[in-house]
Design a binder for this molecule. Structure first.
Ligand code: ADP
Length: 349
């Protein structure tokens, strides 16, 4: 393999840039060209390429990008790539180059199709603040997003306890409740609402009302509930319905939204970006394809790498595990939910 393309796709995540830089550096050290592809699969179809590295040389413009959130290559949702014709054009653009795809479940699913239909050689690096990708304990961006949630909730806690208020704070996560769950543990929240519990609106309202009542009756100055985006009742509606039942109690809603997506990546996200990139590039050069590199694998199997914390898993296995994770049937989801019950002070609603 003489050249490797690298792209970032789907939802942006802090740590993507550290991975792009690492892929370029490792490629240069291994004597291959590394081509950056702009705007995910859109840029691949249209051959919007830029040279990031050649044997022994890396573009100085990417030297300091590890410190920057988002993705300097750009990301896009690309409808054309979902069609066979779009993937045909994407494969033709690569013209024999290997590919590193840095992205979430959707992006990796697309790359899997590209490998299956056109024999494209690719290795994926999981990147998604939602932590909804199978086989890996963490994806790029999760640690940074959680640190942002912790900071925001600590700030909200200051004002909540000053005024003896309850807050419902909504965090991103699509169908996954991971950020809400892990955030709740870290900030010592009073409760957490997860899509994995599958509750009706009425049940959610009742649970929050009881929790707030109990909290204030027990002498708390603040009651904090984290709500995952995937729990369908909107935050403001939930707060209104709860306030109707609880007279004399002030409840506020805060939706953290895209705040949680941005920001400089933490040490942990930069570190795993570098180590996953090393395994991805070395895997590609050793002939691996249609696989994803996983950080601290959550399942057995896979292929070892030179890094004891990283293994490569076939995409079929990753996608199957991702489905189970989101449907709540994976032992990993059950374990993660059980964590709440084991941590004192955090009760699942
Ligand atoms: P993420 O990678 O963060 O999960 P998306 O789900 O939006 O984000 O996927 C990013 C891109 O990957 C999509 O815009 C599309 O181009 C491609 N993609 C997603 N799912 C598929 C699929 N089932 N088949 C082919 N391409 C897909």
């Amino acid at each position: 393999m003489q050249a490797i393309g690298v792209l970032t796709s789907g939802g942006d995540a802090p740590g993507m840039n550290a991975a792009v830089r690492a892929v370029a550096k490792i490629g240069a050290a291994r004597g291959v060209r590394v081509v950056g592809i702009d705007d995910g699969y859109d840029g691949l179809i249209e051959r919007r390429f830029r040279e990031l590295a050649a044997p022994g040389r890396v573009d100085p413009a990417i030297e300091r990008i590890s410190a920057v959130g988002g993705t300097v290559l750009g990301s896009a949702r690309c409808a054309r790539f979902r069609e066979p014709d779009g993937r045909q054009r994407a494969a033709a653009s690569l013209d024999g180059m290997g590919l590193v795809v840095i992205g979430g479940d959707g992006s990796l699913t697309g790359a899997h199709l590209l490998a299956r239909e056109h024999g494209v050689r690719f290795v994926g690096i999981p990147a998604s603040i939602d932590n909804d990708i199978g086989c890996t304990a963490s994806a790029l961006g999760v640690d940074t997003a959680l640190n942002t949630i912790v900071d925001a909730c600590d700030r909200i806690g200051d004002t909540a306890s000053s005024h003896r208020r309850a807050f419902v704070v909504e965090v991103m996560g699509r169908r996954s409740g991971y950020l809400a769950m892990a955030g709740a543990v870290a900030v010592g929240a009073d409760g957490v609402l997860l899509p994995e519990h599958g509750r009706s609106e009425a049940a959610v309202v009742e649970a929050v009302e009881k929790l707030i009542r109990k909290g204030f009756e027990g002498g708390k100055r603040r009651v904090l509930v984290l709500k995952a985006e995937g729990v369908e009742v909107p935050c403001t509606r939930l707060v209104r319905l709860v306030e109707e039942k609880l007279t004399g109690v002030e409840v506020r809603a805060t939706v953290l939204g895209h705040l949680v997506r941005g920001g400089a990546p933490t040490y942990h996200d930069r570190m795993i970006a570098n180590r996953l990139s090393l395994a991805a590039v070395d895997g590609l050069l050793a002939g691996a394809t249609d696989e994803m590199v996983a950080w601290l694998p959550t399942v057995r199997g896979g292929t070892e790498t030179t890094d004891p914390y990283v293994r490569r898993f076939p995409m079929e296995h990753v996608l199957e595990e991702t489905r189970a994770l989101l449907e709540g049937t994976s032992v990993v989801t059950k374990w993660r939910l059980g964590l709440l019950e084991r941590v004192e002070g955090v009760l699942p609603l």
